[in-house]
Design a protein around this ligand. Structure first.
Ligand code: BG6
Length: 483
Protein backbone atom coordinates (compact mmCIF):
# COMPACT_ATOMS: atom_id res chain seq x y z
CA UNK A 1 0.00 0.00 0.00
CA UNK A 2 1.35 3.42 -0.97
CA UNK A 3 2.99 5.13 1.98
CA UNK A 4 5.48 7.52 3.52
CA UNK A 5 8.39 5.95 5.34
CA UNK A 6 9.83 8.29 7.98
CA UNK A 7 13.19 7.20 9.27
CA UNK A 8 14.53 8.63 12.52
CA UNK A 9 18.29 8.03 12.81
CA UNK A 10 18.79 8.10 9.04
CA UNK A 11 22.47 8.98 9.32
CA UNK A 12 23.17 6.12 11.73
CA UNK A 13 24.84 2.79 11.29
CA UNK A 14 21.75 0.61 11.13
CA UNK A 15 20.20 2.77 8.43
CA UNK A 16 23.37 2.54 6.37
CA UNK A 17 24.05 -1.15 6.82
CA UNK A 18 20.59 -2.62 6.92
CA UNK A 19 17.64 -0.32 6.31
CA UNK A 20 18.60 1.38 3.02
CA UNK A 21 19.85 -1.88 1.48
CA UNK A 22 16.65 -3.61 2.64
CA UNK A 23 14.48 -0.92 1.04
CA UNK A 24 16.45 -1.19 -2.17
CA UNK A 25 16.17 -4.97 -2.35
CA UNK A 26 12.44 -4.75 -1.69
CA UNK A 27 12.27 -2.25 -4.51
CA UNK A 28 14.11 -4.67 -6.83
CA UNK A 29 11.69 -7.42 -5.87
CA UNK A 30 8.76 -5.10 -6.51
CA UNK A 31 7.79 -5.37 -2.89
CA UNK A 32 7.84 -1.65 -2.30
CA UNK A 33 4.50 0.02 -2.84
CA UNK A 34 3.90 1.43 -6.27
CA UNK A 35 4.28 4.96 -4.90
CA UNK A 36 6.29 5.83 -1.83
CA UNK A 37 8.12 8.67 -0.19
CA UNK A 38 11.05 8.15 2.18
CA UNK A 39 12.10 10.88 4.56
CA UNK A 40 15.31 10.57 6.50
CA UNK A 41 15.88 12.47 9.73
CA UNK A 42 19.01 13.29 11.62
CA UNK A 43 20.46 16.00 13.78
CA UNK A 44 22.68 17.60 11.15
CA UNK A 45 21.52 19.80 8.28
CA UNK A 46 22.00 17.87 5.04
CA UNK A 47 20.79 18.79 1.57
CA UNK A 48 18.37 16.31 -0.04
CA UNK A 49 20.91 15.55 -2.78
CA UNK A 50 23.69 14.86 -0.30
CA UNK A 51 21.44 12.55 1.65
CA UNK A 52 20.56 10.71 -1.55
CA UNK A 53 24.29 10.31 -2.18
CA UNK A 54 24.72 8.77 1.28
CA UNK A 55 21.92 6.32 0.55
CA UNK A 56 23.49 5.50 -2.80
CA UNK A 57 26.85 4.85 -1.14
CA UNK A 58 25.33 2.61 1.50
CA UNK A 59 23.59 0.52 -1.13
CA UNK A 60 26.78 0.12 -3.14
CA UNK A 61 28.59 -1.00 0.01
CA UNK A 62 26.02 -3.11 1.81
CA UNK A 63 23.31 -4.30 -0.55
CA UNK A 64 23.26 -8.07 -1.09
CA UNK A 65 22.53 -7.36 -4.76
CA UNK A 66 24.50 -4.98 -6.91
CA UNK A 67 22.96 -2.11 -8.81
CA UNK A 68 22.58 -3.12 -12.43
CA UNK A 69 19.85 -0.86 -13.75
CA UNK A 70 20.99 2.74 -13.29
CA UNK A 71 17.72 4.26 -14.40
CA UNK A 72 15.53 2.46 -11.88
CA UNK A 73 18.17 3.07 -9.19
CA UNK A 74 17.87 6.78 -9.89
CA UNK A 75 14.11 6.57 -9.55
CA UNK A 76 14.54 4.80 -6.24
CA UNK A 77 16.96 7.41 -4.89
CA UNK A 78 14.63 10.15 -6.09
CA UNK A 79 12.08 9.04 -3.47
CA UNK A 80 14.40 10.13 -0.64
CA UNK A 81 14.23 13.47 1.13
CA UNK A 82 15.92 14.68 4.29
CA UNK A 83 14.91 16.92 7.16
CA UNK A 84 17.05 17.95 10.13
CA UNK A 85 15.38 17.15 13.42
CA UNK A 86 16.26 17.51 17.04
CA UNK A 87 14.04 14.92 18.73
CA UNK A 88 13.19 17.29 21.57
CA UNK A 89 12.16 20.29 19.43
CA UNK A 90 8.45 20.42 18.58
CA UNK A 91 9.10 22.96 15.76
CA UNK A 92 11.17 20.36 13.91
CA UNK A 93 8.19 18.00 13.83
CA UNK A 94 6.02 20.75 12.40
CA UNK A 95 8.61 21.24 9.66
CA UNK A 96 8.66 17.50 9.10
CA UNK A 97 4.89 17.40 8.82
CA UNK A 98 5.05 20.05 6.11
CA UNK A 99 7.53 18.01 4.14
CA UNK A 100 5.52 14.81 4.60
CA UNK A 101 2.38 16.55 3.37
CA UNK A 102 4.14 18.23 0.49
CA UNK A 103 5.42 14.86 -0.73
CA UNK A 104 2.04 13.25 -0.19
CA UNK A 105 0.55 15.86 -2.50
CA UNK A 106 3.31 15.69 -5.10
CA UNK A 107 3.07 11.94 -5.34
CA UNK A 108 -0.62 11.71 -4.68
CA UNK A 109 -0.06 9.45 -1.69
CA UNK A 110 -2.67 8.46 0.85
CA UNK A 111 -1.80 9.45 4.42
CA UNK A 112 -0.25 6.12 5.34
CA UNK A 113 2.72 6.84 7.52
CA UNK A 114 5.32 4.47 8.84
CA UNK A 115 7.63 5.84 11.54
CA UNK A 116 10.82 3.83 11.95
CA UNK A 117 12.79 4.72 15.09
CA UNK A 118 16.35 3.67 14.37
CA UNK A 119 17.57 5.52 17.47
CA UNK A 120 18.46 4.70 21.08
CA UNK A 121 15.55 3.62 23.29
CA UNK A 122 15.96 6.74 25.43
CA UNK A 123 14.43 8.69 22.51
CA UNK A 124 11.40 6.46 21.86
CA UNK A 125 9.14 8.22 24.28
CA UNK A 126 9.87 11.80 23.23
CA UNK A 127 9.59 10.95 19.55
CA UNK A 128 6.31 9.09 19.90
CA UNK A 129 4.84 11.95 21.94
CA UNK A 130 5.96 14.56 19.41
CA UNK A 131 4.59 12.58 16.49
CA UNK A 132 1.27 12.72 18.23
CA UNK A 133 1.48 16.35 19.36
CA UNK A 134 2.60 17.71 15.98
CA UNK A 135 -0.28 16.18 14.06
CA UNK A 136 2.00 13.78 12.15
CA UNK A 137 0.08 10.95 13.75
CA UNK A 138 -3.32 12.36 12.84
CA UNK A 139 -3.56 10.65 9.48
CA UNK A 140 -6.55 9.80 7.34
CA UNK A 141 -4.82 6.53 6.48
CA UNK A 142 -2.86 4.28 8.83
CA UNK A 143 0.11 5.06 11.06
CA UNK A 144 2.63 2.56 12.35
CA UNK A 145 5.63 2.72 14.63
CA UNK A 146 8.63 0.45 14.22
CA UNK A 147 11.05 0.20 17.13
CA UNK A 148 13.94 -2.08 17.94
CA UNK A 149 15.15 -3.63 21.12
CA UNK A 150 16.08 -2.99 23.86
CA UNK A 151 12.53 -2.73 25.13
CA UNK A 152 13.51 -1.77 28.65
CA UNK A 153 16.27 -3.23 30.79
CA UNK A 154 14.03 -5.02 33.26
CA UNK A 155 10.34 -5.63 33.82
CA UNK A 156 9.59 -2.27 35.36
CA UNK A 157 11.40 -0.15 32.78
CA UNK A 158 9.81 -2.17 29.96
CA UNK A 159 6.37 -1.55 31.44
CA UNK A 160 7.10 2.15 31.83
CA UNK A 161 8.25 2.43 28.24
CA UNK A 162 5.25 0.57 26.95
CA UNK A 163 2.87 2.71 28.91
CA UNK A 164 4.38 5.84 27.41
CA UNK A 165 4.39 4.53 23.84
CA UNK A 166 0.80 3.41 24.03
CA UNK A 167 -0.24 6.97 24.77
CA UNK A 168 0.55 7.78 21.14
CA UNK A 169 0.23 4.43 19.34
CA UNK A 170 -2.04 1.45 19.94
CA UNK A 171 -0.55 -2.01 20.39
CA UNK A 172 -1.73 -2.88 16.85
CA UNK A 173 0.23 0.08 15.50
CA UNK A 174 3.50 -0.83 17.26
CA UNK A 175 5.88 -3.16 15.42
CA UNK A 176 8.67 -4.29 17.72
CA UNK A 177 11.52 -5.65 15.68
CA UNK A 178 13.39 -8.67 16.93
CA UNK A 179 15.55 -9.26 13.90
CA UNK A 180 15.80 -12.98 14.68
CA UNK A 181 12.12 -13.23 13.78
CA UNK A 182 12.95 -11.84 10.37
CA UNK A 183 15.45 -14.58 9.56
CA UNK A 184 14.11 -16.72 6.72
CA UNK A 185 14.71 -20.00 8.52
CA UNK A 186 12.90 -18.78 11.64
CA UNK A 187 9.97 -17.78 9.47
CA UNK A 188 10.14 -21.24 7.99
CA UNK A 189 9.84 -23.12 11.29
CA UNK A 190 6.08 -23.26 11.25
CA UNK A 191 5.99 -24.72 7.74
CA UNK A 192 8.71 -27.18 8.56
CA UNK A 193 6.80 -28.52 11.51
CA UNK A 194 3.29 -28.32 10.14
CA UNK A 195 3.64 -29.19 6.50
CA UNK A 196 5.77 -32.27 6.93
CA UNK A 197 3.69 -35.12 8.28
CA UNK A 198 6.88 -37.05 8.99
CA UNK A 199 8.06 -34.39 11.42
CA UNK A 200 4.63 -33.43 12.64
CA UNK A 201 3.99 -36.99 13.80
CA UNK A 202 7.13 -36.91 15.91
CA UNK A 203 6.61 -33.43 17.29
CA UNK A 204 5.70 -34.43 20.82
CA UNK A 205 7.34 -35.26 24.10
CA UNK A 206 6.83 -38.94 23.30
CA UNK A 207 9.58 -38.77 20.72
CA UNK A 208 11.61 -35.69 21.47
CA UNK A 209 14.30 -36.03 24.12
CA UNK A 210 15.38 -32.40 24.29
CA UNK A 211 15.60 -29.20 22.29
CA UNK A 212 18.83 -27.22 22.06
CA UNK A 213 19.08 -23.65 20.90
CA UNK A 214 22.51 -22.16 20.35
CA UNK A 215 23.53 -18.72 19.14
CA UNK A 216 27.28 -18.58 19.38
CA UNK A 217 29.23 -15.62 18.11
CA UNK A 218 32.90 -15.23 17.37
CA UNK A 219 32.92 -11.47 17.75
CA UNK A 220 33.74 -9.90 21.09
CA UNK A 221 32.28 -6.70 22.42
CA UNK A 222 33.43 -4.78 19.30
CA UNK A 223 33.03 -1.00 19.66
CA UNK A 224 29.89 -1.30 21.72
CA UNK A 225 31.32 -1.57 25.23
CA UNK A 226 29.34 1.48 26.36
CA UNK A 227 26.12 -0.38 25.68
CA UNK A 228 27.15 -3.99 26.11
CA UNK A 229 28.90 -3.64 29.45
CA UNK A 230 25.55 -2.64 30.95
CA UNK A 231 23.55 -5.16 29.07
CA UNK A 232 25.43 -8.43 28.72
CA UNK A 233 24.35 -11.61 26.96
CA UNK A 234 21.33 -11.88 29.22
CA UNK A 235 19.72 -8.61 28.10
CA UNK A 236 21.34 -8.33 24.68
CA UNK A 237 20.49 -11.78 23.33
CA UNK A 238 18.72 -14.02 25.81
CA UNK A 239 15.68 -12.05 26.95
CA UNK A 240 14.75 -11.30 23.35
CA UNK A 241 16.27 -13.34 20.53
CA UNK A 242 16.76 -16.61 22.40
CA UNK A 243 13.38 -16.65 24.09
CA UNK A 244 11.76 -15.73 20.78
CA UNK A 245 13.45 -18.70 19.11
CA UNK A 246 12.22 -20.88 21.95
CA UNK A 247 8.64 -19.64 21.50
CA UNK A 248 8.81 -20.14 17.76
CA UNK A 249 9.95 -23.74 18.01
CA UNK A 250 7.71 -24.65 20.94
CA UNK A 251 4.37 -23.17 19.87
CA UNK A 252 1.74 -25.51 18.55
CA UNK A 253 -0.17 -23.90 15.73
CA UNK A 254 -3.47 -24.82 14.19
CA UNK A 255 -3.29 -25.74 10.49
CA UNK A 256 -4.62 -22.45 9.22
CA UNK A 257 -3.04 -19.82 11.40
CA UNK A 258 -3.48 -16.07 11.57
CA UNK A 259 -1.02 -13.56 13.07
CA UNK A 260 -3.24 -13.57 16.17
CA UNK A 261 -2.92 -17.36 16.45
CA UNK A 262 0.85 -17.10 16.30
CA UNK A 263 0.94 -14.45 18.98
CA UNK A 264 -1.52 -16.29 21.19
CA UNK A 265 0.41 -19.50 20.92
CA UNK A 266 3.68 -17.77 21.67
CA UNK A 267 2.14 -16.14 24.69
CA UNK A 268 0.88 -19.52 25.84
CA UNK A 269 4.40 -20.95 25.60
CA UNK A 270 5.69 -18.14 27.80
CA UNK A 271 2.87 -18.66 30.27
CA UNK A 272 3.74 -22.35 30.50
CA UNK A 273 7.43 -21.70 31.03
CA UNK A 274 8.20 -22.91 34.53
CA UNK A 275 9.24 -19.90 36.61
CA UNK A 276 12.73 -19.98 38.06
CA UNK A 277 12.82 -20.64 41.79
CA UNK A 278 15.42 -18.81 43.79
CA UNK A 279 16.96 -21.94 45.23
CA UNK A 280 17.11 -23.69 41.83
CA UNK A 281 18.53 -20.89 39.80
CA UNK A 282 22.15 -21.97 39.91
CA UNK A 283 21.21 -25.43 38.63
CA UNK A 284 19.37 -23.93 35.65
CA UNK A 285 21.39 -20.87 34.69
CA UNK A 286 25.09 -20.47 33.93
CA UNK A 287 26.61 -17.06 33.30
CA UNK A 288 30.09 -16.66 31.88
CA UNK A 289 32.64 -14.10 30.84
CA UNK A 290 35.43 -14.69 28.34
CA UNK A 291 39.04 -14.50 29.32
CA UNK A 292 42.03 -14.28 26.98
CA UNK A 293 42.24 -17.07 24.44
CA UNK A 294 42.86 -17.81 20.82
CA UNK A 295 40.71 -17.36 17.76
CA UNK A 296 41.89 -18.77 14.43
CA UNK A 297 45.41 -19.14 15.78
CA UNK A 298 45.55 -15.51 16.92
CA UNK A 299 45.66 -14.50 20.58
CA UNK A 300 42.72 -12.37 21.69
CA UNK A 301 42.27 -10.43 24.90
CA UNK A 302 39.80 -11.23 27.63
CA UNK A 303 36.59 -9.24 28.08
CA UNK A 304 37.96 -7.08 30.90
CA UNK A 305 40.81 -5.95 28.65
CA UNK A 306 38.53 -4.89 25.81
CA UNK A 307 38.53 -1.14 25.12
CA UNK A 308 35.81 0.63 27.05
CA UNK A 309 35.12 -2.25 29.44
CA UNK A 310 35.57 -1.70 33.17
CA UNK A 311 38.63 -3.62 34.40
CA UNK A 312 36.58 -5.19 37.16
CA UNK A 313 33.48 -5.70 35.01
CA UNK A 314 31.07 -8.33 36.27
CA UNK A 315 29.14 -8.34 33.03
CA UNK A 316 28.11 -11.65 31.46
CA UNK A 317 29.16 -12.41 27.89
CA UNK A 318 27.68 -15.91 27.93
CA UNK A 319 24.55 -17.51 29.26
CA UNK A 320 23.29 -21.08 29.22
CA UNK A 321 19.90 -22.06 30.56
CA UNK A 322 17.86 -25.18 31.14
CA UNK A 323 14.13 -24.54 30.84
CA UNK A 324 10.94 -26.51 31.19
CA UNK A 325 7.69 -25.85 29.43
CA UNK A 326 4.90 -27.28 31.54
CA UNK A 327 2.28 -27.98 28.94
CA UNK A 328 0.80 -31.08 27.37
CA UNK A 329 3.24 -31.18 24.46
CA UNK A 330 6.51 -30.46 26.18
CA UNK A 331 6.08 -31.92 29.66
CA UNK A 332 9.37 -33.54 30.59
CA UNK A 333 11.39 -32.23 27.62
CA UNK A 334 14.23 -29.94 28.65
CA UNK A 335 15.02 -26.93 26.48
CA UNK A 336 18.70 -26.02 26.55
CA UNK A 337 19.61 -22.54 25.43
CA UNK A 338 23.00 -20.87 25.18
CA UNK A 339 24.50 -17.81 23.64
CA UNK A 340 27.80 -16.05 23.98
CA UNK A 341 30.44 -13.81 22.48
CA UNK A 342 33.94 -14.90 21.48
CA UNK A 343 32.98 -18.51 21.05
CA UNK A 344 34.58 -20.97 18.69
CA UNK A 345 32.20 -20.48 15.78
CA UNK A 346 29.41 -18.26 14.54
CA UNK A 347 26.35 -20.43 14.50
CA UNK A 348 22.68 -20.02 15.26
CA UNK A 349 20.92 -23.35 15.26
CA UNK A 350 18.22 -25.43 16.81
CA UNK A 351 18.87 -29.10 17.41
CA UNK A 352 16.04 -31.47 18.21
CA UNK A 353 17.30 -34.67 19.78
CA UNK A 354 14.93 -37.60 19.43
CA UNK A 355 14.48 -40.30 22.01
CA UNK A 356 15.97 -43.71 21.55
CA UNK A 357 13.15 -46.19 21.96
CA UNK A 358 15.14 -48.66 19.86
CA UNK A 359 17.96 -48.71 22.32
CA UNK A 360 17.94 -52.52 22.27
CA UNK A 361 19.16 -52.30 18.68
CA UNK A 362 22.15 -50.52 19.98
CA UNK A 363 25.18 -52.73 19.58
CA UNK A 364 27.78 -50.36 20.87
CA UNK A 365 28.64 -46.78 21.57
CA UNK A 366 28.68 -45.92 17.91
CA UNK A 367 24.91 -45.49 18.07
CA UNK A 368 23.93 -41.83 17.98
CA UNK A 369 20.47 -40.38 18.45
CA UNK A 370 18.47 -39.03 15.56
CA UNK A 371 18.89 -35.31 15.37
CA UNK A 372 17.02 -32.70 13.43
CA UNK A 373 19.34 -29.75 12.97
CA UNK A 374 17.88 -26.47 11.84
CA UNK A 375 20.61 -24.03 10.92
CA UNK A 376 19.42 -20.46 11.04
CA UNK A 377 22.64 -18.64 10.25
CA UNK A 378 25.14 -17.78 8.97
CA UNK A 379 24.41 -20.66 6.62
CA UNK A 380 20.89 -21.96 6.41
CA UNK A 381 20.03 -25.58 6.26
CA UNK A 382 18.16 -28.56 7.58
CA UNK A 383 19.86 -31.82 8.42
CA UNK A 384 18.46 -35.06 9.70
CA UNK A 385 20.98 -37.33 11.33
CA UNK A 386 20.16 -41.02 11.02
CA UNK A 387 21.96 -44.26 11.87
CA UNK A 388 23.19 -46.60 9.22
CA UNK A 389 25.34 -49.71 9.23
CA UNK A 390 28.92 -49.42 8.23
CA UNK A 391 29.93 -52.68 6.53
CA UNK A 392 33.60 -51.85 6.50
CA UNK A 393 33.88 -51.57 10.23
CA UNK A 394 31.94 -54.70 10.91
CA UNK A 395 28.42 -53.53 11.31
CA UNK A 396 29.08 -50.58 13.57
CA UNK A 397 26.62 -47.73 13.41
CA UNK A 398 27.56 -44.86 11.28
CA UNK A 399 25.66 -41.61 11.21
CA UNK A 400 24.35 -40.57 7.82
CA UNK A 401 22.89 -37.19 7.04
CA UNK A 402 19.97 -36.11 4.97
CA UNK A 403 20.52 -32.46 4.38
CA UNK A 404 19.85 -29.44 2.29
CA UNK A 405 21.37 -26.00 2.33
CA UNK A 406 20.02 -22.94 0.72
CA UNK A 407 22.14 -20.29 -0.82
CA UNK A 408 22.16 -17.26 1.40
CA UNK A 409 22.71 -14.75 -1.35
CA UNK A 410 19.30 -15.55 -2.74
CA UNK A 411 17.58 -15.21 0.61
CA UNK A 412 16.11 -11.90 1.64
CA UNK A 413 17.70 -10.38 4.70
CA UNK A 414 15.80 -10.19 7.98
CA UNK A 415 15.20 -6.45 7.58
CA UNK A 416 13.69 -6.93 4.16
CA UNK A 417 11.17 -9.43 5.48
CA UNK A 418 10.33 -7.27 8.45
CA UNK A 419 9.94 -3.95 6.64
CA UNK A 420 7.86 -5.68 4.00
CA UNK A 421 5.60 -7.27 6.62
CA UNK A 422 5.18 -4.01 8.52
CA UNK A 423 4.28 -2.17 5.31
CA UNK A 424 1.53 -4.73 4.72
CA UNK A 425 0.37 -4.56 8.30
CA UNK A 426 1.33 -8.16 9.03
CA UNK A 427 2.57 -8.36 12.61
CA UNK A 428 3.19 -12.12 12.72
CA UNK A 429 6.95 -11.82 13.04
CA UNK A 430 7.09 -8.92 15.45
CA UNK A 431 7.25 -9.15 19.22
CA UNK A 432 3.93 -8.45 20.89
CA UNK A 433 3.95 -6.60 24.18
CA UNK A 434 2.67 -9.73 25.95
CA UNK A 435 5.72 -11.68 24.84
CA UNK A 436 8.09 -8.91 25.85
CA UNK A 437 6.49 -8.55 29.25
CA UNK A 438 6.39 -12.30 29.93
CA UNK A 439 10.02 -12.63 28.86
CA UNK A 440 11.09 -9.95 31.30
CA UNK A 441 9.01 -11.59 34.01
CA UNK A 442 10.82 -14.86 33.43
CA UNK A 443 14.23 -13.19 33.40
CA UNK A 444 13.64 -11.08 36.54
CA UNK A 445 14.84 -13.75 39.03
CA UNK A 446 18.10 -14.01 37.08
CA UNK A 447 18.63 -10.25 37.27
CA UNK A 448 17.93 -10.43 40.98
CA UNK A 449 20.32 -13.33 41.51
CA UNK A 450 23.03 -11.45 39.63
CA UNK A 451 22.49 -8.40 41.79
CA UNK A 452 22.76 -10.50 44.93
CA UNK A 453 25.92 -12.16 43.67
CA UNK A 454 24.26 -15.58 43.59
CA UNK A 455 25.32 -16.39 40.05
CA UNK A 456 29.11 -16.15 39.94
CA UNK A 457 30.55 -15.64 36.48
CA UNK A 458 32.22 -18.70 34.99
CA UNK A 459 35.32 -17.84 32.98
CA UNK A 460 35.76 -19.36 29.52
CA UNK A 461 38.59 -18.96 27.09
CA UNK A 462 37.92 -16.89 24.00
CA UNK A 463 37.64 -19.33 21.12
CA UNK A 464 36.03 -22.08 23.19
CA UNK A 465 32.47 -23.35 23.41
CA UNK A 466 31.84 -21.66 26.72
CA UNK A 467 32.48 -22.53 30.35
CA UNK A 468 32.57 -26.10 31.63
CA UNK A 469 29.54 -25.37 33.80
CA UNK A 470 27.44 -25.02 30.64
CA UNK A 471 28.30 -28.60 29.73
CA UNK A 472 27.65 -29.84 33.24
CA UNK A 473 24.26 -28.13 33.15
CA UNK A 474 23.05 -30.80 30.73
CA UNK A 475 23.74 -33.74 33.05
CA UNK A 476 23.59 -36.91 30.95
CA UNK A 477 22.69 -34.99 27.83
CA UNK A 478 25.20 -33.20 25.66
CA UNK A 479 25.34 -30.21 23.35
CA UNK A 480 25.40 -31.59 19.84
CA UNK A 481 27.57 -30.46 16.99
CA UNK A 482 30.32 -28.72 18.93
CA UNK A 483 33.32 -29.79 16.89
C1 BG6 B 1 22.08 -8.12 18.13
C2 BG6 B 1 22.95 -7.97 19.34
O1 BG6 B 1 20.73 -7.97 18.48
O2 BG6 B 1 22.28 -9.39 17.54
C3 BG6 B 1 24.40 -8.19 18.98
O3 BG6 B 1 22.79 -6.69 19.91
C4 BG6 B 1 24.59 -9.50 18.25
O4 BG6 B 1 25.22 -8.17 20.14
C5 BG6 B 1 23.60 -9.62 17.09
O5 BG6 B 1 25.91 -9.56 17.76
C6 BG6 B 1 23.67 -11.01 16.47
O6 BG6 B 1 22.87 -11.04 15.34
P1 BG6 B 1 23.12 -12.08 14.18
O7 BG6 B 1 22.01 -11.83 13.21
O8 BG6 B 1 24.48 -11.80 13.62
O9 BG6 B 1 23.08 -13.45 14.78
Amino acid sequence: MDMTFVLFGATGDLAKRKIFPALYNLFLDQKMPEKFSIIGLGRREIAHEDFQKQVEQSIHTFSRRAVTDQKSFKDFLGAFRYSALDVGRPEDYVKLLELVKQREQELNLPENRMFYLSVGPEFFEVIAANIQASGLGATKGWKRLIIEKPFGRDLQSARDLNEKLTKSFTEEEIYRIDHYLGKPMVQNLEVLENSNPVLHALWTNRYIANVQITASETVGVEERAGYYDHSGALRDMFQNHMLQLMMMIAMQLPKESSPEDVRNKKRMVMESLRPLQEDQISSQIVLGQYVAGEMNGQPVVGYKDEPGVAVDSQNNTFIAAKLWIDNYFWEGVPFYIRTGKRMKEKSTRIVIEFKEPLKSAKVDDSYVPNLLVIEIGPKEGITLQLNSKDRVSDGQFEPVYVNCYSSLTEQPEAYENLIYDASRGDATFFAHWNEVELSWMWVEPILKAVEQGKLPLQPYAAGSYGPQAAFDLLGDDQWWLDE
